[in-house]
Write a protein that binds this ligand. Structure first.
Ligand SMILES: *Cc1c(COP(=O)(O)O)cnc(C)c1O
Length: 423
């Protein structure tokens, strides 16, 4: 068999020509750079921009009436966006609500579902978790007068978790398992179905943080029986900086009271009766707290619509081809000092690739000087996310060729090996 050269422009072009999602790129403001940081902040699409303008026009023209009239009545917007989000989570529409921020939603879920009782009081999480998750877990322990000894963190090896080890740590003192769907650094996808099954078999409740998996990998939260989940909408879902987040609660938990109540937890029909006794919604809507941040939800009307059309199955397929292509290019082109940390097994790899190099910050600064936007993670990691809806194979090829040149010629030595404020 003839060996094809992955490194040619012609090879990348063929992949781009065969890309069934390529029409979506035209809808995004791509700017002048090769943007490979969509897992930190997704780009703006024309559709998202249009939906922001629609909401602004409603405000302009309808004033208070915008809550119940117009094209996207604000009073029902959290539920409406939950309907468009549900297929990405594999959830029933009523199990999802678009509300709050990831961190606030973690607090809401913990305040509701973390019920330490007697000997069963520990939370099982992991050493590679995003800091805010750990801060939130610790403050929830604090609020209940429990010490940090109640938080058990399974160690990672270079950002990779061993599922056997997680299962081994599930004990009869574990009340709650709280894990990411995709690890934010290594991009490892955890087997959420298996871990949920193993936890439930031991009487342990399961919560997931899906910030890096929503919009990049498919989920079947309802079928897997996951108890609750949270995610943000500004990474793979392109909802804009600080976009309102999402949460999921399995329908088996409907009818309970939220740990953190507010008037938007109420059944909608009686909310404006203004009684002092809360009747919580019998859906994920019970976990809303106050008035929704309508302006920060507006871009999601347009951006989630694109996910509905493109379908998470096709997005996942292209995403794996993009990251697979990147890894193949690196393996066959870049020698010394650069290590691919993310799993090579496609089933265990999320929507981004993590690379490790001693001069990672310098390399990122050199890439930026070339108009390529990666993401640096302290202390020595480069995170690269080729996004299915807007990046091309040619961009991946160009990024790797540039990376190769920077490393081969040690060009990174001309740049500072310090991170910026946001990295
Ligand atoms: C991005 C991210 C967050 C961010 O939380 P915010 O409340 O939106 O600031 C939390 N957890 C994980 C795993 C993330 O990747």
């Amino acid at each position: 068999m003839n060996k094809v050269n992955l490194h040619t422009k012609a090879y990348a072009k063929k992949l781009d020509d065969n890309d069934e999602l390529r029409k979506y790129r035209r809808e995004f403001y791509m700017g002048e750079t090769i943007y490979l940081d969509g897992n930190s902040l997704g780009l703006l699409s024309e559709r998202a921009e249009k939906s922001v303008q629609e909401i602004m026009n409603m405000w302009k023209q309808l004033g208070i009436e915008g809550w119940t009239n117009g094209s996207h009545p604000w009073y029902y917007l959290s539920e409406k966006l939950a309907q468009t989000s549900a297929p990405l989570l594999g959830a029933k529409e009523r199990e999802v609500i678009v509300t709050g921020s990831t961190t606030v939603n973690i607090h809401q879920m913990l305040a509701t579902f973390y019920q330490p009782a007697g000997k069963r009081y520990k939370i099982l999480a992991d050493d590679a978790a995003f800091p805010t998750d750990i801060y939130a877990l610790k403050s929830q322990l604090d609020l209940r007068g429990l010490g940090e000894e109640a938080l058990v963190q399974v160690p990672d090896r270079d950002g990779i978790l061993d599922e056997e080890e997680i299962i081994d740590r599930m004990n009869d003192d574990t009340a709650l398992l709280f894990l990411p769907g995709v690890l934010y650094r290594s991009g490892q996808v955890l087997d959420m179905e298996r871990l949920t099954k193993e936890a439930h078999a031991r009487g342990i409740m399961v919560g997931l943080d899906l910030c890096h998996s929503v919009g990049s990998v498919p989920h079947e939260l309802h079928e897997w029986g996951v108890d609750f989940a949270v995610w943000c909408n500004y990474k793979h879902l392109n909802g804009g900086p600080g976009a309102v987040a999402g949460l999921y609660v399995h329908e088996k938990h409907f009818g309970g009271s939220p740990g953190l109540a507010g008037w938007f937890s109420s059944k909608k029909a009686v909310q404006f009766d203004m009684k002092h006794t809360l009747e919580p919604e019998e859906s994920a809507g019970a976990y809303e707290i106050g008035t929704p941040h309508v302006l920060s939800m507006a871009p999601l009307i347009g951006s989630l619509e694109m996910f509905g059309e493109a379908g998470i199955g096709r997005i996942r397929k292209k995403s794996l081809q993009l990251t697979g292509y990147m890894i193949d290019l690196i393996d066959s082109g870049i020698g010394s000092g650069l290590k691919v940390v993310s799993p090579r097994n496609p089933a265990a790899r999320g929507g981004h690739v993590l690379l490790k190099h001693e001069y990672a910050a310098g390399i990122c600064n050199a890439l930026k000087a070339e108009g390529i936007v990666p993401d640096f993670r302290a202390p020595s990691y480069i995170r690269i996310a080729p996004v299915a809806l807007y990046n091309t194979y040619e961009e991946v090829r160009l990024a790797v060729e540039t990376l190769k040149r920077i490393i081969d010629n040690e060009e990174y030595l001309q740049f500072s090996n310090e991170r910026g404020t946001i990295a």
